[in-house]
Design a protein around this ligand. Structure first.
Ligand code: IMP
Ligand code: MG
Length: 190
């Protein structure tokens, strides 16, 4: 493995997830929202978060893709198959990272189209460059620099997801990716 700088250890992440769950619980009170976990990157975060929100919370997942290697393809794929009936529901979208904001913007738009009455956002990490975007989560676990990160569900081409901590990918790995880039396919939208 060629990991780079160590960013967050697993107990710091777990502590923060517990704080977020408390804040989210306090915001919604008895009227818990429908949580939509955005996969694949948000997999571990949404699981850890919802288990602390009690048994009344509704949980569904949408699988969206936009990244190719370490950069955004500029397109968000997978929304066309998200057909859940959200009429009359307060929705909380949970994702791993806010980067360009395209994923959360498109997922929010879809949730409104499906009838949600409120759409809030929660991310584990927000990259520095995304702090000026108009689409901003009500809940943010951590602020991180503009680096490509892996671990705790976040991957590079499917790898490193299972690391319990968060790491920046090393420059050596970045160089390998650049060489590999020609062989990595863009996500295909139907
Ligand atoms: P956005 O649409 O550009 O905001 O990117 C959001 C999606 O891209 C997230 O849901 C992640 O799955 C993925 N992503 C963005 N940055 C990283 C990263 O540094 N590591 C792993 N995945 C990332
Ligand atoms: Mg994602």
């Amino acid at each position: 493995m060629k990991l780079g700088e160590f960013l967050l250890d697993s107990s710091t992440i777990q502590r923060r997830v517990a704080e977020l769950a408390k804040e989210i619980g306090a915001y919604y009170g008895k009227e818990l929202p429908t949580i939509i976990g955005l996969l694949d990157g948000g997999l571990f975060f949404v699981v850890d978060l919802v288990r602390q929100l009690g048994s009344d919370v509704r949980v569904i997942c949408w699988r969206l893709r936009s990244y190719v290697g370490t950069s955004s393809s500029g397109r968000v794929c997978g929304l066309e198959v998200c057909q859940d009936d959200l009429r009359g529901q307060r929705v909380l979208l949970v994702d791993d990272i806010l980067d360009t904001g395209r994923t959360l913007e498109s997922a929010s738009r879809r949730a409104w189209e499906l009838g949600a009455t409120e759409v809030e956002l929660c991310v584990l990490v927000r990259k520095a460059s995304s702090s000026g975007l108009s689409c901003q989560p009500r809940w943010i676990g951590f602020e991180i620099p503009d680096v490509f990160v892996v671990g705790y569900g976040m991957d590079y081409c499917g790898r490193y997801r299972t690391l319990p901590s968060l790491w920046a990918l090393s420059p050596a790995e970045e160089r390998i990716q650049a060489a590999e880039r020609t062989t990595i396919q863009s996500p295909r939208c139907r």
